[in-house]
Write a protein that binds this ligand. Structure first.
Ligand code: NAD
Ligand code: TYD
Length: 335
C-alpha cells in the first residue's frame, strides 16, 4: 500500500508511522507535515533512514503542493495534521479554522481529483461536547462542540461526511479519546505535569481538578486506526477509547507518586473557559464490528510513559526551551 500520512511529525502521527513501519514494513509511507511548533522530526528518529519512508515538508492548506503530491497516486490518506491544543484555540482560533477546516477541505478536494482510494480523518471525541456524570459517547451522540478546537474538528468531520455523500469519496472518521505516551508535546496535561514535576516546577491544575478524561495509550490508538483503515466500512464513524476514565486529580496523584514528588507542587489555577466536564467513549462498535481492543491498561501505559520521559530528558528539554515558552508564559501568567 502507498500511504500519505499528514501531520506525521506530531505526537500521534509519528507514533503511527513507527507503528506501521513495524506492522507493515512493505508499505510506502510519505509523511507530509508543515513542522509547526508541534512538529518535530526528532520524533521519527530511527524511521527516517527506512527506505519505505519519506518526509516532505508542506502545508495541507497549500492546494498546489497537495495536488501535485497526490498526482503521484496514493491508496490512502490518513489526516493527522491539525492544530490540537484547546488552550491555544482559546488564545487564538484563526489558525484552527485555517488548518483544521480549510486544510481538510483542500485534502478532500485533492483526494477526489487524484482518485485516492480511501481518506481517513483522525478526529476526536471532543466533537461530542461534554457528558454529565453518567453515559458514554456513541457514534450516534449528536455533535456538540464547546471549544474553538472541537468546533474546528467537528466542522472538518462534517466536510468529510459531505465528500462521501455528495462526491462518493470513500471516507472513514475515527473519534478517539485523550491519548498519552512517548513524544507527546509537553503542553498537554500528562507530559506537562511529568516534565514540570521533574524540573521541580508547579503543576497548574484547572478549577477543582475533577474533570474527567478517558485515557488511551497512543499505541492503542495507532492499532485502532490501522484496523479501521483495513477493515472499516466507508462512510462510517468509529469511536476509539481505552476504557480508562480518570479525573485530573487522579492523573496528578499518579504522576507525583511515581516520581516521588510532593503534593505541594500542585497549584490550583483559574479554570479553562468552557471546560468540558467529562468525556467517556463507548467503543462497542469498533470492538464488535472490527474485533479491535486496546492492548494496554492505564497503569502499565502510565508507567511506560513516565519512564520514557525519564529516559528522554534531552528531547523534552529542547522542546520546552523553544518557541513554546512564549505561549506557556502568556497563558499561565494570567491564571
Ligand atoms: P500534534 O499537535 O502533536 O501534531 C500535529 C502535527 O500536525 C504537527 O506535526 C504539525 O507540524 C502538523 N501540522 C499542523 N498544521 C499543519 C498544516 N497546516 N499542514 C501540515 N501539517 C500541519 O497533534 P496530535 O496530538 O498528534 O494529534 C494528531 C491528530 O489527532 C489531530 O488531528 C488531533 O485532532 C487528533 N486527536 C488527538 C488526540 C490527543 O489526545 N492528542 C485525541 C484524539 C484525536
Ligand atoms: P489537555 O491535555 O489539554 O487535553 P484536552 O483539553 O484536549 O482534554 O487537558 C486534559 C485535562 O487536563 C483537561 O481537563 C484540562 C486539564 N489541564 C489542567 O488541569 N492543567 C493544564 O495545565 C492543562 C494543559 C490541562
Amino acid at each position: 500500500m502507498k500511504l500519505l500520512v499528514t501531520g506525521g511529525a506530531g505526537f500521534i502521527g509519528s507514533n503511527f508511522i513507527r507503528f506501521m513501519n513495524a506492522r507493515h514494513p512493505q508499505y510506502a509511507v510519505t509523511n507530509f507535515d508543515a513542522l509547526t511548533y508541534a512538529g518535530n522530526l526528532e520524533n521519527l528518529e530511527g524511521i527516517s533512514e527506512s527506505s519505505s519512508y519519506r518526509f516532505i515538508r508542506g502545508d495541507i492548506r497549500d492546494r498546489q503542493a497537495v495536488d501535485s503530491l497526490l498526482a503521484e497516486g496514493f491508496d490512502a490518506i490518513i489526516n493527522f495534521a491539525a492544530e490540537s491544543h484547546v488552550d491555544r484555540s482559546i488564545d487564538n482560533a484563526a489558525v484552527f479554522v485555517e488548518t483544521n477546516v480549510l486544510g481538510t477541505q483542500v485534502l478532500l478536494d485533492a483526494a477526489l481529483r487524484n482518485k485516492v482510494t480511501l481518506y481517513l480523518q483522525v478526529s476526536t471525541d471532543e466533537v461530542y461536547g461534554s457528558l454529565g456524570p453518567e453515559g458514554l459517547f456513541t457514534e450516534r451522540t449528536p455533535i456538540s462542540p464547546n471549544s474553538p478546537y472541537s468546533a474546528s474538528k467537528a466542522s472538518a468531520d462534517l466536510f468529510v461526511r459531505a465528500w462521501n455523500e455528495t462526491f462518493g469519496l470513500k471516507t472513514l472518521i475515527t473519534r478517539c479519546s485523550n491519548n498519552y505516551g512517548p513524544y507527546q508535546f509537553p503542553e498537554k496535561l500528562i507530559p506537562l505535569f511529568i516534565t514540570n514535576a521533574l524540573a521541580g516546577e508547579h503543576l497548574p491544575l484547572y478549577g477543582d481538578g475533577l474533570n474527567v478524561r478517558d485515557w488511551i495509550y497512543v499505541e492503542d490508538h495507532c492499532s485502532a486506526i490501522d484496523t479501521v483503515l483495513h477493515h472499516g466500512r466507508p462512510g462510517q464513524v468509529y469511536n476509539i477509547g481505552g476504557n480508562a476514565e480518570k479525573t485530573n486529580r487522579e492523573i496528578t496523584a499518579t504522576i507525583l507518586q511515581q516520581l516521588g514528588k510532593p503534593e505541594s507542587l500542585i497549584r490550583h489555577v483559574a479554570d479553562r473557559p468552557g471546560h468540558d466536564r467529562r468525556y467517556a467513549i463507548d467503543n462497542t462498535k469498533i470492538r464488535q464490528e472490527l474485533a479491535w481492543q486496546p492492548a494496554h491498561d492505564f497503569e502499565s501505559g502510565m508507567r511506560a510513559t513516565i519512564q520514557w520521559y525519564l529516559d528522554n530528558r534531552e528531547w523534552w528539554r529542547r522542546v520546552k526551551s523553544g518557541a513554546y515558552r512564549d505561549f506557556y508564559e502568556r497563558w499561565y501568567e494570567k491564571r
